[in-house]
Write a protein that binds this ligand. Structure first.
Ligand code: C5P
Length: 218
């Protein structure tokens, strides 16, 4: 029997993480935060001081890195045995992740690592290309979005709540740059799958979006 997948794609700050985790919990399904894989690779590349132009070395690191995920209230990510969870959220990590995510060789290596998450009884997969590339045949696809400033404000709040210093103007700029890079890259650009259900989360509470996604699956 095939294992059902719900893909939740959209730009940074659209609410994908919170919504996906809550829906996965409600359904009792597994959860894939594909952005965390790109972010973990960004941390590995930065730790090794690898130049972002060195595609061969970045691809090797992607092949060799060992990742382990534990999803409770928050996501815990171990990179080669070390807990890197607190470093994942920074804008710097997000920006490096989006640069290396534009490399076709890197995306190819990470494809199987993502597909391995499709385990019984089901999977909620959150990212940019879950419904268009990684789980193209998924029976349920959702695309979440919101205006750039709304998304930046959410990201700002998230950082401040975690005690991380943040600057709203800078975040708006980072989000706009990342949106542009993610949407214009040649491989797996951020775009809505033609068969996805679109939700604009700008004026909706998290609870309302979760309810709409659960309704859609029903
Ligand atoms: O979702 P998150 O902000 O954690 O993703 C960080 C970066 O990783 C994104 O800006 C994007 O460039 C990249 N990414 C991707 N494909 C995915 C998930 C994330 O290219 N499926």
């Amino acid at each position: 029997m095939s294992i059902p997948v719900l893909t939740i794609d959209g730009p940074s700050g659209a609410g994908k993480g919170t919504v996906s985790r809550a829906v996965a919990k409600k359904l009792g399904w597994n959860y894939l935060d594909s952005g965390a894989i790109y972010r973990a690779l960004a941390i590995a590349v930065s730790n090794q001081r690898t130049s972002l132009d060195d595609v061969i070395e970045i691809t090797n690191i992607a092949k060799q890195m060992q990742l382990a995920f534990e999803c409770n209230e928050e996501l815990t990510v171990l990179l080669d045995g070390e807990d890197i969870s607190s470093h994942l959220i920074s804008e710097k990590t997000g920006s490096v992740a989006s640069k290396i995510a534009a490399l076709p060789e890197v995306r190819k290596v990470l494809l199987q690592k993502q597909r391995d998450f499709q385990q019984q009884p089901g999977l909620v997969a959150d990212g940019r290309d879950m419904g268009t590339v990684v789980f193209l045949d998924a029976p349920y696809k959702v695309f979440l979005s919101a205006g750039a400033v709304t998304r930046a404000k959410r990201r700002y709040k998230q950082l401040i709540e975690k005690g991380i210093d943040a600057n709203l103007t800078r975040i708006i700029q980072d989000i706009e740059e990342r949106d542009q890079r993610d949407s214009e890259r040649s491989v797996a650009p951020l775009k809505m799958a033609t068969d996805a259900h679109y939700i604009d989360t700008s004026e909706k509470s998290i609870a309302a979006v979760i309810a709409e996604v659960l309704d859609f699956i029903d």
